[in-house]
Design a protein around this ligand. Structure first.
Ligand code: BES
Ligand code: ZN
Ligand code: ZN
Length: 540
């Protein structure tokens, strides 16, 4: 085994920052230290400022010149320090803009550092131009900025103002602090966010679970492809689900995939030295184990070189996240289990690498999918739809309420919408409404895309086979021809394909996510599943 292929010395849970408890204990680079430990002890351990940090929100005034308004937690703290915070804010500069922070030291011995964060307008709510709840988004962004400020000061504990929506505040804190630095010797201090006060603790905990779910997907996507191979991916997910008695995980090997006649998936996998895996998860949270499940399917290409239709080398490293579909759907199921959502969910993830080799697919090769349809592989870089074709056929075995697949499928999706929203192609307005309404709450938006016959014709007009894996007008409407291709493997009446290529990574567009792989739209999938669990329509 070459040295780069060796597994990391420390395994699984030890390596997962999102998995570390966010409960009463406070973790630092050194030994765990209770948040309530005396200041002397903290100072002796060298935590610069010592004590806890506190993040408090402040609204902008309705009129531009009026006084800013504290949240109720801000008001209470200001009273505790005899109005000093308000006084200092008034003299230290212009009113705090949305998402901006200002720090004050020495106001209170329990909280030597207090960061005040701008929440924007108090009456912000659902913005029907932006298709999201602006109040929640403002809280996520502000709180994330406040927590990072505390982290920069190397203070290991921070209490966070719920800002009127403890779930959004927890999401902002846990998402905002996440960073992948597993493989660096010098790590950033792990900061533990906690709810300030005791009200809304259930909503806070829910937000922590949602955000940890997204962080799990970010972790899996960010990790190098030599660390997250198909089998390692499956093992990580299995380990996360081990403690749930109502979850079964099947790690299907290559022989199983062959027995199930998944010829399209296998044709991609055979170009790589890493064996493929078909990961199958059954979460049985429903009232009856035989209630029709929601079936999630995720593209799990742990590295996409393009195969013989090789991608340009610049930026190719980002294709370690081409398992983002598998990462988000599996993380959503881990989250659903943690929330104990009352429905059944099945997760299916075909996992493999797309590599060039003497065994790889060649342009023009014809392969046979599970449903018997033949596919001409005109471009080996359009591999995701080959995996999904077989996985979607298999998804029809479960009498699903709905089948939802997620895939970093096309660069064209990124061209169309960028990172503003996931593109949703669906044959069901019922499904669309649930996804759309879920995304308004999470702020991780979706946008409906067409599944016209127009695009189907462009993939069925094929010289050697039933289908070509690329549209005949190559680049035109690339995300739509890919979706039309998938539709050829779907007979279910409630199916949605989520093309998540545009939202795969974050530069600085989402202010509460650091630069890197985004884990989007995990929270929307969880919220969607939660909504479905409350919807008796179409329970079959
Ligand atoms: N994994 C890529 C799509 C992708 C591109 C995801 C950029 C995230 C960011 C996919 O397998 C691919 O290469 N698709 C091709 C399809 C084309 C050959 C029809 C593409 O988009 O160029
Ligand atoms: Zn590709
Ligand atoms: Zn791909």
């Amino acid at each position: 085994m070459r040295s780069w292929a060796r597994p990391p010395a420390r395994r699984a849970a030890m390596l997962l920052p999102w998995a570390r408890g966010l409960g009463a204990r406070c973790l630092s680079r050194q030994l765990p230290l209770a948040c309530g430990a005396p200041l002397r002890e903290r100072a002796a351990r060298g935590h610069g400022a010592g004590g806890k940090g506190l993040v408090l929100g402040i609204y902008s005034s309705e009129k531009d010149e009026g006084p800013a308004q504290f949240t109720s937690a801000g008001d209470a703290f200001d009273r505790l320090v005899s109005g000093k915070l308000r006084e200092l804010l008034a003299v230290c500069g212009p009113p705090l803009k949305k998402g901006k922070t200002r720090i004050f030291h020495g106001l209170h011995q329990d909280f030597p550092s207090v960061v005040v964060v701008g929440l924007g307008k108090k009456n912000a709510g659902v913005n029907d131009q932006e298709n999201w709840d602006e109040g929640k988004e403002n809280i996520r962004a502000a709180v994330a900025a406040g927590c990072r400020h505390i982290q920069d000061l190397e203070i290991p504990c921070v209490e966070v103002d719920p800002c009127g929506d403890a779930q959004a505040a927890a999401e902002g804190s846990v998402l905002g602090l996440h960073e992948y630095n597993e493989l660096k010797q010098k790590k950033k201090l792990v900061v533990t966010p906690q709810l300030h006060g005791s009200a809304e603790s259930e909503a806070w905990q829910k937000g922590v679970i949602y955000a940890e779910g997204q962080n799990l997907a970010r972790y899996l996507m960010e990790a190098p492809a030599n660390y997250i191979t198909p089998i390692k991916f499956a093992e990580q997910i299995e380990q996360k689900l081990r403690s749930f008695s109502n979850v079964k995980v099947h790690i299907r090997p290559e022989s199983w995939i062959a027995t199930h006649q998944m010829g399209a998936f296998l044709s991609v996998a055979k170009g790589s030295a890493e064996p493929p895996i078909f990961l199958e998860i059954h979460y049985l949270g429903g009232a009856n184990t035989n209630d029709s499940p929601l079936v999630f399917v995720g593209k799990g290409v742990t590295f996409d070189s393009g195969g013989i239709s090789l991608k340009p080398s610049s930026g190719m490293d980002a294709m370690r996240a081409d398992m983002g579909g598998a990462a988000t759907i599996c993380s959503a199921i881990v989250t659903a289990a943690a929330l104990n959502l009352p429905l059944n969910i099945i997760g299916l993830a075909p996992l493999c690498e797309n590599m060039p080799s003497g065994k790889a697919n060649k342009p023009g090769d014809v392969v046979r999918a599970k449903n018997g349809k033949t596919i001409q592989v005109d471009n080996t870089d359009a591999e995701g739809r080959l995996l999904l074709a077989d996985a979607l056929c298999y998804a029809h075995n479960f009498n699903a309420r709905a089948i939802v697949n997620a895939a970093t499928l096309t660069g064209a999706m990124d061209v169309a919408l960028g990172s503003a929203a996931t593109g949703v192609f669906t044959n069901s307005s019922w499904l669309w409404t649930h996804l759309y309404e879920a995304s308004i709450l999470t702020g991780d938006r979706v946008w409906r895309m067409p599944l016209f016959e127009h695009y189907t014709k462009q993939v069925t007009d094929c010289p050697l086979a039933d289908l070509s894996n690329i549209g005949k007008y190559s680049r035109a409407g690339g995300a739509c021809t890919a979706a039309a291709f998938l539709k050829e493997f779907v007979t279910a009446s409630h199916w949605a394909h989520l093309d998540i290529a545009g939202v795969m990574s974050n530069k600085d567009e989402v202010p509460y996510l650091r630069k890197g792989m985004a884990g989007r739209p995990t929270r929307t999938l969880v919220e969607f599943a939660a909504r479905l669990s409350q919807d008796s329509h179409n329970t079959k």
